[in-house]
Design a binder for this molecule. Structure first.
Ligand code: ATP
Ligand code: MG
Length: 428
């Protein structure tokens, strides 16, 4: 026997059955996809799918060279002389496609995507090397109403999934690049005064991405972070106004939020509104969804200037939360379980199963290698509403046995030509 080969660490299988450290089944995942599809349609977002591999330069230019995502988490490889990367997030690819195909020629657009992302991180609960995001991008929209719409729509999804009261909305504003530059200068000067007590991470970030120092989880640095110059004090009227209007809209629709001046997000392209939905139910990987404005990004990728905002949710984290405390109904849609056993029965099974499928029913045809008794157990466990039983006596008499597994119609023998109409009558 050959040695077993295992999946790559941090990259998981999605199976029809629950796994030891992973309670989410493929049926559960698909039920979620159905909910998301309907929900996205209701908010008039159109679906887009881009390749999972892009030129490395796309991510370097958009996400930023000094970010953790690009600096140390990206899967990059040489493709016969070209540097390519597995996408670590979806916005860059989406915008690359939008610019390449000139999708905004006719005005703003709302797009969404769903699929795998790749980051070389330390695998743990809620943090994987291949994970999945559903991401939403509103492109060409400058006003705070679309910022608020994104909050309303995510809150609506949490409500549909029964987790709204276990998640908290945190918001902040990052202003515009000029305001951030002024604040950055003051912040770096402040951090330099305290350089002696900073940890290694913060010393490095002080020069590459000083805002991230404020985001430090190191308890010894909380005091320093708390007293650092606040970005809010450097914002101009336009930025403040946008933020005020955003908050007023949230108030108007009854959305509860917490202002977190330290919320900066891990990617460079954000400006003005940023937000995260966090939960304390999942341990340390508590952010299920994050997003913000990126008004300059489309232009920096070679497109015509177009203000925009987007967010992405981590599907694994969200489903772990839903599984733990929420509601997501997995429908069992199997109508009929066809079983057969004995001489000449296989052919009848194939013919009858197909008759039923052509009538629109979902039909599982089992294996005749087991006894009818064993197959009946499988039928019970399958969730099918009805069983069609074909043994040798049925073949001899030219009939099939039809059994109601869940209701009180009992068991009858009928000819194949009446099978469909009889079932439809029972199902009505
Ligand atoms: P975190 O701070 O938890 O690392 P992030 O800021 O890196 O998150 P984003 O880039 O904003 O995450 O991605 C959006 C969402 O994707 C996150 O809120 C999270 O739910 C999910 N996510 C990010 N990285 C992972 C991962 N390695 N495994 C599973 N989900 C992830
Ligand atoms: Mg991260």
């Amino acid at each position: 026997m050959g040695k077993k080969i295992q999946a790559v660490k941090g990259m998981n299988d999605l199976l029809p059955v629950e796994q030891k450290d992973w309670p989410i089944t493929s049926a559960y995942w698909q039920a979620f996809e159905t909910v998301v599809n309907e929900w996205a349609q209701q908010y008039a977002y159109q679906f887009i799918r881009t390749p999972i591999i892009e030129s490395t330069g796309l991510f370097v230019r958009s996400i930023g060279e000094e970010t953790d995502v690009v600096g140390k988490e990206m899967y990059t490889f040489d493709d016969y002389g070209d540097s390519l990367s597995l996408r670590p997030e979806g916005t860059a690819s989406c915008l690359r496609a939008v610019v390449e195909h000139n999708l905004l020629y006719n005005g703003p657009m709302k797009l969404w995507y769903m699929g795998p992302m790749f980051r070389h991180e330390k695998p743990q609960k809620g943090r994987y090397r291949q994970f999945h995001q559903a991401g939403f991008e509103a492109l060409g929209y400058s006003q705070p109403d679309v910022d608020a719409e994104m909050i309303v729509m995510t809150a609506d999804l949490w409500e549909r999934l029964g987790v709204l009261d276990k998640v908290q909305l945190q918001i902040n504003t990052l202003g515009i690049p000029e305001e951030r530059a002024a604040h950055r200068a003051a912040l770096v000067a402040y951090l330099q005064q305290h350089e002696a007590v900073l940890d290694e991470d913060s010393k490095r970030r002080m020069h590459t991405n000083p805002l991230r120092v404020l985001d430090t989880k190191n308890p010894d640095l909380q005091e320093i972070a708390n007293h650092a110059p606040r970005l809010l004090d450097y914002l101009g009227e336009e930025s403040l106004n946008h933020y005020q209007q955003f908050k007023a809209l949230l108030d108007a629709v009854g959305i509860v939020y917490v202002e977190n001046p330290r919320l900066v997000r891990g990617l460079d392209y954000y400006n003005k509104t940023v937000f995260e939905w966090v939960t304390s139910e999942l341990g340390s990987q508590g952010t299920i969804c994050g997003g913000g404005r990126y008004d300059g990004l489309i232009e920096s990728l070679g497109g015509k200037e177009a203000p925009a905002i987007g967010f992405a949710m981590g599907i694994e984290r969200l489903l772990l939360l839903v599984q733990q405390i929420g509601v997501l109904k997995v429908e069992n849609n199997l109508d009929v379980f066809v079983m057969y056993q004995g001489e000449g029965t296989m052919q009848q099974a194939v013919i009858n199963a197909q008759i039923l499928r052509q009538a629109g029913l979902s039909v599982s045809q089992y294996s005749g290698t087991q006894s009818l008794k064993a197959q009946m157990k499988k039928a019970d466990g399958s969730g099918a509403r009805f069983a069609v039983i074909i043994g040798e006596s049925e073949v001899t008499e030219g009939v099939v046995t039809l059994k109601d597994l869940r209701g009180d119609n009992g068991q009858i023998q009928i000819v194949s030509t009446q099978l469909t109409s009889q079932l439809q009558q029972w199902m009505a």
